[in-house]
Design a protein around this ligand. Structure first.
Ligand code: SAM
Length: 355
């Protein structure tokens, strides 16, 4: 590490971006606004076996060539640096569809052998959970979020362009049988498509003991088709739920959680809304992101990335890689800026960042 005059660690050829304040000498992933990233979202692949209309086009996307993807060993090395040197204690495996990564169980096993052992979770469309839930739990998976936008088979086909609703439902049951409790459900509602399904989806979640979270649709689709005017807002989702349920604010502290939660009919069941657009929660963000090709993103909406793959393959030491990661996070902006007139959608779509 090289100290620059402001006391900020710097490496040759690396821009300090928006940095204006000296970085304190601290091992963690601090930013200039007092936040500390301890939750690492890892995209293990950009490929997916669904084609959700709000995420990617029917024909898919130009996937990352194999040589650009981090190998399992490279991924585990960066995870080790994050956990052992940078204070990360939460690992969320995502994609693309993370269950398409052949080495996922081994990556999990090696990640949970680290000290201190990180908490692990997975965001998945659930299609392969019937076979993989058991082995993943054996490898150290602690929790799962399954994406499910509709309970109607025809609607599922329209929305995901695949006739696989039953496979998701089987996968959900497999997750419960494997001991992954509570299973969380993620739902994106779209106007004129599945917006009437808020109540049936919550009834389904309550019946099976799943915890449901609605996610406001965000400008992260590959087609750049997001439209604020047609987005279903948190207010609308809550109004819809209140036609059937009594919702009271959850007394439990939210911390850095993206979801704001409510007790359903007095509890203990809860429902959450991740209102990234209409109720941004950037001030409490504790996330850092690693893409499948080894780029650090300090925000889901960042337009800049910091390359770790190049230095890693060029022989950088763990110390150097940790410093690059710290610098990347120090440059994090105070907010995602979706609501600024100057907002520009990131080049990388959600499927290649990892939700
Ligand atoms: N394939 C996995 C899955 O389906 O959960 C993980 C990746 S997927 C990108 C993660 C989550 O992002 C899913 O719940 C999906 O519904 C959500 N998502 C994708 N595009 C989105 C968008 N434009 N706005 C909001 N959520 C989105």
């Amino acid at each position: 590490m090289v100290a620059v005059p402001l006391g900020i660690p710097a490496l040759p050829g690396q821009s300090l971006g928006a940095v204006t304040v000296p970085r304190p000498d601290d091992d963690g992933l601090l930013d200039q606004y007092g936040r500390v990233a301890t939750d690492l979202r890892i995209s293990v692949t950009d490929r997916c076996n669904l084609r959700c209309t709000y995420c990617m086009p029917a024909e898919g996307l130009p996937w990352l060539p194999g040589g650009e993807m981090l190998s399992d060993d490279e991924l585990v090395r960066l995870i080790t640096i994050a956990v052992e040197r940078l204070g990360v204690h939460e690992l969320r495996f995502t994609g693309g569809e993370p269950l398409l990564r052949p080495g996922l169980a081994d990556i999990l096993r090696r990640s949970t052998a680290l000290t201190p052992r990180p908490h692990t979770s997975l965001t998945t469309n659930g299609l392969r959970l019937d076979r993989l839930a058991g082995p993943l739990v054996a490898a150290g998976l602690d929790r799962v979020n399954v994406s499910l936008d509709t309970l109607d088979q025809g609607q599922f086909l329209t929305l995901t362009r695949r006739d696989r609703l039953n496979d998701v439902l089987v996968g959900l049951r497999a997750a419960v049988d494997a001991g992954l409790a509570p299973v969380k459900l993620n739902t994106v509602l779209m106007r004129g498509v599945n917006e009437t399904e808020a109540v049936p989806l919550l009834e389904f979640a309550l019946e099976h003991g799943y915890e449901l979270r609605f996610i406001e649709q965000m400008p992260l689709d590959a087609q750049h088709g997001w439209d604020r005017a047609t987005m279903v807002t948190a207010e609308e989702i809550l109004a819809s739920l209140r036609t059937r349920f009594t919702l009271t604010p959850d007394p439990e502290a939210r911390g850095g959680a993206p979801a704001e939660t409510w007790l359903v009919d007095g509890g203990p069941a809860k429902v959450g809304v991740i209102a990234s657009v209409t109720r941004p929660f950037c001030g409490a963000c504790d996330r850092t992101r690693l893409t499948a090709d080894g780029q650090i993103r300090n925000c889901l909406f960042a337009r800049d990335e910091s390359d770790l793959r190049g230095p890693l393959r060029a022989g950088a030491s763990d110390d150097e890689l940790a410093d690059r990661w710290r610098i990347a996070m120090w440059g994090k902006l105070p907010g995602h800026g979706i609501n600024d007139p100057s907002f520009l959608q990131p080049d990388r779509p959600m499927s290649a960042i990892g939700g």
